[in-house]
Design a protein around this ligand. Structure first.
Ligand SMILES: [Zn+2]
Ligand SMILES: [Zn+2]
Length: 404
């Protein structure tokens, strides 16, 4: 069967073109919303793990899902018992640490994983502490105090406009630039030229920034000597979930979008293009909207809860944006590669197996012909199995009937 999009020959049983990922069965146009990173999901689906951790497959994603759920239960339990220092520390570092484990686990940076990961984490963390100290302590501490406890009792009229502009507009814009810096520097390196690599650096930098910002803003929890608190725990619960956990994901996904755009879809990095500027502005806008919503909501009845709902809305928009962006990038880059003569370094070398559905991958494939998953989203571990020495022996067994 010849692919209508890129004219590559495919086996009759193929559901997806192995070169460009186009759907070959059913509605001929497009892929009917099958996500190229995780083919069992739709593109417009709010699925957090496969979005921020694209190198996981269905099985390993479950481990991270459980780790997240267990950590969330621990944080909520620690808050319920009034153990705020424990809850805040866990809430601040839960997501960045899980992310570092993920990066290490999928062996994303084979040459120097530990120094790169730890370097990115602490460089971003150091910058975050500096920016947070300037805004929250050294320069705008008076304005920040206007958001303090009891301030909302005066009604929405008592909201300080200069404080709102500083902390919900200026700070998110400055912070987004700072979060982009370490990620973009890494995305320039030749071994990390994929858009998925850029996304990963961005998420890592964004979540690390969030963690250290939380430490600075809530440092009194650790320094006032009270290990156990009894008052206002319901409010603390919502604050901890929104201003630490959801915030971390909002920062991570927003910066992921910007750095992914910096990296671009093809080989090498695109750098300072209009596409990057547009996505950087989108990331800044998402941060500004998140903080405007949270600060405004605090002056309304049930403000903390409203702020939490708002946080999830902003996060959902960011997650869908990443998925649409990666979908377009993976498919477009594959069509460009398919048009070129010979093999791209992005193809599989030999017959091997799809880590998502365990059907056979053809030689020179960028997509699984059975489930349509992109080979680019598999982990380096899985990709190493695509090397001749390990993959060839069993390949012929599954050739027949494997797809049906
Ligand atoms: Zn094709
Ligand atoms: Zn597959």
């Amino acid at each position: 069967m010849t692919c209508p999009k890129c004219s590559t020959g495919n086996p009759e049983v193929a559901f997806f073109c192995h070169r460009c990922g186009s759907s070959l069965k059913g509605s001929a146009s497009g892929r009917a919303g099958t996500y190229a990173v995780q083919s069992s999901e739709g593109v417009n689906q709010f699925a957090l793990i496969s979005t921020i951790m694209p190198h996981t497959n269905r099985e390993t994603a479950d481990n991270y899902r459980w780790a997240m759920i267990v950590s969330a239960v621990l944080i909520v339990a620690a808050t319920a018992f009034g153990l705020l220092p424990v809850a805040v520390a866990a809430a601040a570092f839960l997501i960045p640490l899980a992310y570092l484990v993920y990066i290490y686990d999928v062996n994303l940076w084979e040459d120097a994983p530990a120094p790169v990961v730890i370097g990115l984490f602490f460089v971003t963390g150091g910058l975050s502490v500096l920016v947070s100290l300037v805004f929250y302590r050294w320069v705008f501490d008076d304005q920040f105090a206007s958001f303090g406890p009891g301030s909302a009792r005066g009604g929405i009229e008592s909201l300080s406009i200069p404080a709102l502009l500083i902390f919900a507009v200026l700070l998110p814009v400055v912070a987004e630039l700072v979060k982009n810096l370490p990620g973009a520097l890494l995305a320039r390196m030749p071994q990390f030229d994929d858009m998925i690599d850029g996304l990963t650096f961005g998420v890592a930098a964004g979540t690390a920034y969030a963690a250290f910002e939380t430490l600075v803003v809530f440092s009194s929890i650790f320094t006032d000597g009270e290990f156990r608190t009894e008052n206002g725990l319901a409010t603390w619960m919502v604050v901890i979930v929104n201003l630490m956990v959801v915030k971390s994901l909002v920062y991570g996904t927003a910066t992921g979008i910007a750095v992914a755009a910096f990296s671009g879809k093809g080989e090498g990095y695109d750098g300072f293009t209009a596409y990057y500027v547009k996505n950087l502005a989108f990331a800044m806008g998402a941060n500004v909207l998140y903080w405007l919503g949270v600060r405004f909501a605090a002056y309304l009845p049930y403000g903390q809860a409203l702020g939490l709902i708002w946080g999830f809305v902003v996060l959902a928009v960011l997650v869908i944006r990443i998925r649409v962006m990666l979908q377009a990038a993976l498919l477009e880059a594959a069509i460009e590669d398919a048009a070129k003569e010979g093999h791209s370094k992005r193809d599989t070398f030999v017959e091997t197996f799809c880590p998502e559905c365990e059907n056979m991958l053809l030689v020179g494939a960028q997509f699984c012909i059975a489930c349509g998953s992109s080979v680019r989203s598999t982990s380096h571990q899985a990709r190493r199995h695509m090397h001749p020495a390990e993959a060839v022996p069993q390949a012929s067994e599954t050739t027949e009937g494997g797809v049906a």
